[in-house]
Each structure stands twice: as C-alpha cells, then as structure tokens.
Ligand binder design. Structure first.
Ligand code: ACO
Length: 451
C-alpha cells in the first residue's frame, strides 16, 4: 500500500482546567514562573469521574462518529498509555465494548507502554501492520491517552490530561515518510512510576530535561543521515516546514528548536558557519554533551531561531499551552494544533518533523509529508474541516479555582484503586458525548456511562 498515513484525527481534553497564573499565586511561586518560565497558560485535569478508559472511549467514539467510520472498517486498534489502572487487562479490551454491539471482534493490536512514547510505538505498529502481509485492507486506529498528575511541588504545573485517536491507512492526506525514521533508546531513571499504588511519577526534573535534549540531538543527527542518504541531498532545519515536539511544557519546546539550530551549526563546515550563522562564532568550540544547561548557548540560539520558532513550531503549541502535558497524546496534540492554525493551502505539500520522547527512555524523530491536493473536496480539506471543530471546545471549558483543583487531586489520591467506589464528581459540565466512570464494584470492575 502506498502513502500510508493519517486519514482522521480526533482530540479529547477535559472540560475543566486550572489557570496557571492563579496556580502560581496559590502555590506561592513567583509571578510568571509557570506562564513565562514554563510557557503554560491553562492545565486540563480530571476529577474522579474520568480515568484512562473513559478518556479513550470518548475519543474513539467521537472519531468514529465525526468521520462516519463504520465499526467494521477497523482491523487494528492500538492503545499507547502510561496511565495504568490494571496490571493485566488492557484499555484496548475495554474499548471493544464499542465494537462488540456491531458484531466486530476481529481487531488486532493491544496496549503499549513506555512513558510518553507509548503512543508513538502504537502508531509505528499500526503503520507496520498496514504495510505488512498481515494487512486485511481495513484501517488501523491508534489511541493515545493519559492523565498526567504530579505530587505537590515544582512538577505539578506540568501536568495535563487528554486523548488522541488517529485513523491510519493507505492513500492518506498526511503521509508518513519511509526510510528516514530515527530512534534513540537508553536506560535512564529520569521519570518512572515504581509505586503502583500511586498515580504520581518519581521524577528527577533536571535529569529528565537532559535526557530529553540528548535524545533530541541523537535522533536529529540520525534522521539527518537517513534523509541525506535517501534523498541524496544535504539536511538541515530548512528541510522541515514545521517541527513538532513532545511538549512537557512549551518553553522546553522552544529551547528544543533552538537546539536543532545548534546541531546544524556544529555540523556545518567552518567556512559555512559565518555565512549561515552570523554572530555565533563564539560558539565554535561548544560540545553538545556539555551544553544542555549552558545559558549563553541557550540564549544565543533561542535568539537566532526566534523567527523560525514563530513560523515552524509555535503554531503546534496551542493545545500544549492550553491543556498541558497530556503525555502520550502530547506530540499528536501538536499535530492537531498545527492543523488548527494553518489553512489547507498552507498545509498542502508541507514536510512536518515530529519528535517523540518518553522517559526511561525511548525517542524517535520521524516525518510526515502532507499531500499537495488542497481542493475543497480533497481528503486533506475534509481532515482540516473536522479538526477545526475541536477549537471552540477550548473556550467552552470551565475554570476551576486552584483550591478546588487541589481538592480533586487529593480525592483521586485517596481513592486510587479503591473498590467498591462511587465517584463523587459532577458530570453536568462535561462536553456532550463524554464517557464517565459511573462506579467501580467490589471486584474492581469499572462501569461507564455517556453524557
Ligand atoms: N518569571 C519568569 N520566569 C521564571 C520566573 C518568573 N517569576 N521564575 C522562574 N522562572 C523560569 C526559570 O528561570 C526557568 O526557566 P529557564 O530554565 O529558562 O531559566 C523556568 O521558569 C522554570 O523554573 P525552574 O526553577 O527551573 O523550575 P523548577 O526546577 O522548579 O521546575 C521542572 C521545572 C524541572 C521542569 C519541573 O516542572 C518538573 O520536574 N517537571 C516534570 C518533568 C518534565 O516535564 N521533564 C521534561 C521531560 S520528561 C517528560 O515529558 C515528563
């Protein structure tokens, strides 16, 4: 099959959020730390009415309805998540409740886990399936979802929650490039969840940033080599029209784009440097592995990439700044944001670079080429039109005061894994079509209803 890629894209985020300016005051952090320092505006969160199953049920149902996809058209369903509520039973099997009433049970695929990378692993599995001898002509549906919550402290403002669903098949408007993907996987204890009774990770913030940036350097360089070999031409940041990143917080993404320019700078021939990177001569002897926290390097390259950031990356940060780090869906929320902020003709023909990072660690840099057909009846126009319907929901959310947000997190903390359990949170403000947890019985079986 040719042009395997994304046909349909759906995003779900919770209908309530906490404002980061209010959270700064509430936490006693200096004004601007979360909003300017981290680049975050609002943070979506879940009450005890939502869990990983309900988030994924909502996003899958919404995608199938919005794009009028028949249940029997799905031949593979993959879930990527790090929000584990059962050590054996997958989220995928819970999602089968949507398919069974339609007599559809022959669907391959199961859950994949490694921090924020599970969604990308699920996506790669789906692409491989469509390209393989096992493919039966049907679509693959990739679902990524997470509830990102941190213990009280410096990491808490970098939480978020949400889910993304992607319909993958041949002859798609967003086509995955073949033969260029670059991956970097290593053993690290930067962020992990060893306490199975808690939703909170154990996190070494500084180490996680270093791991993220070193994975980015490595993936970018390998991608560049693969690109040059495949296309028989030089590679640099100019080869991408848009660059999307996993976004723990938006400021790290801006620094990451600057980091790619630093990579380009260091790999260009000395006589090219003065031409392509005027004013950066002082950094000729910088070493990547020693510059993760070098303020001078960071500042110079942030400044150098200011316009590139505005043009190629900022349009992909809408959901990240308004909802927060959704973990596995974060990068794909970036893709949704890009489609929200560009017109069909601007998108047509674009090459999009995507960097996925999951602590522990696993990372990949891959790319999408958007089809050139921007006709109003084209698959691309249909996709963009449907994605646009997500935008108004951001403004329809309800703001919750930090005190109440904290009380909800305490409620989740206290009742995590409790059975039987009757959730207390209200559901009347949920978006229409949202699945919510109705109850957990004494055997830990979960039951869901839909608004
Ligand atoms: N106005 C403007 N900026 C401010 C202010 C202020 N009043 N106060 C602080 N800042 C800036 C700081 O200078 C810093 O920016 P800089 O690094 O560009 O200089 C930024 O705000 C954050 O301040 P720090 O003191 O560095 O924050 P802290 O160490 O308390 O926490 C951290 C940040 C480590 C990211 C924490 O939120 C965390 O652990 N998050 C979870 C881990 C994470 O997201 N890691 C990233 C990759 S792994 C993953 O995806 C989970």
């Amino acid at each position: 099959p040719q042009d395997v890629g994304i046909h349909a894209l759906e995003l779900y985020f919770p209908s309530q959020y906490v404002d980061q300016t209010e959270l700064e005051t509430f936490d006693g952090a200096s004004a601007g730390k979360y909003t300017i320092g981290l680049g975050q505006q609002k943070m979506g969160f879940c009450t005890d009415r939502e869990d990983i199953n309900s988030l994924c049920l909502t996003v899958v149902k919404r995608l199938l309805e919005k794009y009028s996809v028949d249940y029997s058209a799905i031949g593979r369903l993959e879930v990527g998540t790090e929000t584990i509520i059962d050590k054996s039973k997958s989220v995928k099997t819970v999602l089968m409740q949507l398919f069974e009433p339609h007599g559809v049970t022959d669907i391959e695929g199961i859950d994949t886990t490694n921090a924020c990378y599970g969604g990308t692993a699920a996506l790669f599995n789906a692409i491989s399936w469509v390209e393989s001898s096992a493919w039966n002509g049907r679509y693959a549906l990739v679902v990524c979802g997470d509830i990102a919550v941190y213990a009280k402290g410096s990491a808490r403002p970098t939480g978020g929650a949400g889910a993304v669903a992607m319909l993958v098949g041949p002859n798609a408007p967003l086509v995955f490039d073949r033969g260029v993907r670059a991956t970097y996987v290593k053993h690290a204890y930067d962020f992990y969840k060893p306490d199975l009774t808690s939703e909170y990770p154990t996190v070494d913030g500084k180490l996680s940033i270093q791991c993220y940036l070193s994975a980015l350097d490595n993936c970018y360089q390998l991608y560049g080599k693969n690109y040059s070999k495949k296309n028989n031409s030089a590679f640099d940041l100019g080869c991408f029209d848009a660059v999307l990143f996993h976004s723990p917080y938006c400021k790290l993404v801006q620094k990451s784009l600057a980091r790619l320019a630093l990579n380009d700078f260091l790999t260009s021939a000395p006589n090219q440097r003065t031409v392509k990177f005027p004013g950066l001569e002082n950094f000729n002897s910088v070493k990547l592995s020693e510059s993760y926290f070098d303020r001078d390097v960071e500042k110079a390259f942030l400044n150098f990439t200011k316009d590139t950031f505005e043009a190629k990356t900022k349009p992909s940060l809408l959901i990240a700044s308004q909802v927060g780090n959704m973990y596995t869906p974060s990068l794909y929320g970036g893709l949704v944001s890009l489609l929200l902020n560009k017109t069909v003709s601007e998108l047509a023909g674009c090459k999009i670079g995507l960097f996925s990072y999951g602590s522990g660690l696993a990372a990949s840099l891959f790319s999408i080429t958007v089809t050139k057909d921007s006709n109003e009846n084209s698959p691309l126009a249909k996709l963009v039109k449907n994605v646009q319907l997500i935008k108004p929901l951001l403004a329809q959310r309800h703001k919750v005061a930090p005190e109440k947000f904290e009380a909800y997190l305490e409620l989740r903390e206290k009742n995590c894994h409790k059975a039987p359990y009757e959730p207390a949170g209200a559901v009347d403000n949920f978006f229409p079509g949202t699945y919510y947890l109705a109850k957990i019985d004494e055997l830990h079986r979960r039951f869901y209803e839909r608004i």
